[in-house]
Design a protein around this ligand. Structure first.
Ligand code: HEM
Length: 466
């Protein structure tokens, strides 16, 4: 029997267990991996494809073969991870295959069978989408992204040599039907303690919506029964029915892909100046910008780096933003109930539920310089990927109505200094815990270099595309 709306929209106490999936077996076998849980591999290669004009039938056959040989299901991902934990058995190369709206058009798939999400159908180059997100002119994007993109192949592995060899092995067949218009090579950047970090030096990937039993049990234990923050999410946060799936439980997810270049030199210089202006340490200045210290300690809990990358916190004891500014990156992108506390006309619970509906499953990876002692001003950054069920209500909402907005969560809060794409003047506290009085204006540290919206089709569709 097909899964019901309730199966998808209910937050389950222990999430779903891909090892013992019960009624979710068909869903997890037909759903691509990386959506409900990041693939977790150290290296990945992203190939942006434009299929050749006269090769539609051959391209379909290539996709069928690629799906059979490489594309990893959610179930296979979990089983391989389990075998690795138990027997240290290395898993296969991880792979995803995504289609853009142009891809659906290229294959002549009818509009009624093309995923419906509006931004997906418009594409990231659409003028109004670009304006909404505050993106640069397309002529400034990396060249490949300026092309019409039909599909994206993601391959990942812990062994970079195995990965590159496999990409080389499968490329000749691919090149008969498609041009690779852009290629990105990603890797997990790590600090001295082996924590995954991004180029500004901050621990990343700490707070995520959780769907899977293992993740939920771990978080429940670390987070004192979700006393302060409940990370669990219903499947409907990221899944959308695949109109072309061959089973009654065929689902996919919308992927937002953005290459975000980080100006590390500019960031450090600004931090130095901000620290000087506030008469505080650069460490604390950085924490006020991000909302966490470099090691992940939330600044709302501590004025010093306390080696605690906990996700068990809210902002209920920091109602005026005196410890974690309202414009700090993690407070902008996850206000943890602020919308219900700051002038909302509906109940706190209702506001929180709406707020949680804007969450995204982040699956980004770094690119560029991998020596963390080097301060680059260009050529390094995040290959930002995130999954969701509704782009307009999730990524686009978060970027345009939260991060880019001066007046969220309050009038004159200021933009998110990390990803806000406008002028950035914010007020800063001179001392942690005291009202923000000093104004400081940053340069833009993060530049969008190109991207596209994709759908992640069910595996049964990819295996039989005809
Ligand atoms: C180069 C660009 C970016 C950098 C350097 C960056 C950095 C970070 C860091 C250091 C964290 C804290 C670690 C964590 O909680 O996982 C974080 C969290 C987060 N970021 Fe970003 N980020 C970037 C882009 C984005 C974009 C484009 C979005 C979405 C519009 C976004 C949304 C989030 C969200 C939702 C969280 C988790 C907040 C929470 O639940 O507490 N980030 N980011």
């Amino acid at each position: 029997m097909a899964l019901t709306d309730e199966d998808l929209t209910t937050v389950q106490e222990y999430g779903i267990d891909p090892i013992n999936p019960g009624k979710y077996e068909t869903l997890l076998t037909d759903l691509q991996g990386n959506i409900l849980k990041g693939h977790g591999r150290e290296y990945s290669v992203h190939l942006f494809l434009q299929f050749k004009a006269d090769k539609t039938e051959q391209a379909k056959l290539w996709i069928q073969k690629f799906a059979h040989k490489y594309v990893t299901s959610a179930k296979q991902q979990a089983e391989e991870a389990e075998r690795y934990r138990k027997y240290k058995e290395k898993g296969s190369i991880f792979a995803n295959f995504f289609l853009s709206r142009h891809g659906y058009e290229y294959f002549g798939i009818k509009s009624s069978r093309t995923p419906r999400d509006q931004p997906f159908r418009s594409g990231m180059k659409n003028e109004s989408v670009k304006n909404l997100l505050g993106d640069p002119e397309i002529e400034k994007w990396d060249l490949g992204y300026q092309e019409e993109i039909h599909a994206l192949v993601l391959m990942a592995d812990d062994d970079v040599v195995d990965l590159l060899q496999e990409v080389n092995r499968m490329s000749p067949e691919l090149l008969k039907v498609a041009e690779i218009v852009q290629r990105e090579d990603g890797f997990v950047l790590r600090n001295g303690k082996r924590q995954p970090i991004e180029h500004f030096g901050f621990a990343d990937g700490i707070s995520q919506p959780l769907f899977v039993k293992r993740d939920i049990l771990k978080d429940k234990y670390n987070n004192c029964e979700f006393e302060k923050w409940d990370s669990r999410a219903p499947l409907s946060l990221v899944l959308a029915k695949d109109p072309n799936g061959n089973t009654e439980d065929s689902y996919g997810s919308y992927l937002v892909y953005r290459k975000l270049e980080q100006n590390v030199k500019g960031f450090r210089k600004d931090l130095e100046k901000l620290a000087e202006t506030l008469g505080t340490s650069e460490e604390l200045a950085g924490a006020l910008v991000v909302g966490r210290f470099q090691d992940g300690t939330p600044v709302t809990l501590s004025s010093i780096n306390a080696s605690s990358n906990t996700n068990s916190f809210g902002f209920e004891d920091d109602l005026e933003g005196l410890r974690c500014p309202f414009h700090a990156h993690i407070r902008k992108t996850n206000p943890r109930g602020d919308t219900g506390r700051v002038g909302s006309s509906v109940s706190y619970e209702e506001s929180l539920a709406t707020e949680k509906g804007h969450r995204i499953a982040r699956r980004g990876i770094s690119y560029g310089e991998n020596d963390i002692t080097k301060e680059t001003s260009s050529g390094s950054g995040i290959l930002f990927l995130c999954f969701q069920a509704n782009i307009e209500n999730q990524f686009n909402f978060m970027q345009s109505l939260w991060a880019n907005q001066n007046n969220f969560v309050q009038v004159k809060t200021g933009h998110d200094p990390v990803i806000g794409q406008q002028e950035k003047t914010q007020k800063w506290p001179v001392k942690w815990g005291e009202p923000a009085t000093k104004e400081y204006k940053f340069t833009t540290w993060v530049k969008m270099k190109g991207g596209e919206y994709f759908f992640t089709p069910s595996i049964s569709f990819l295996k039989t595309i005809s």
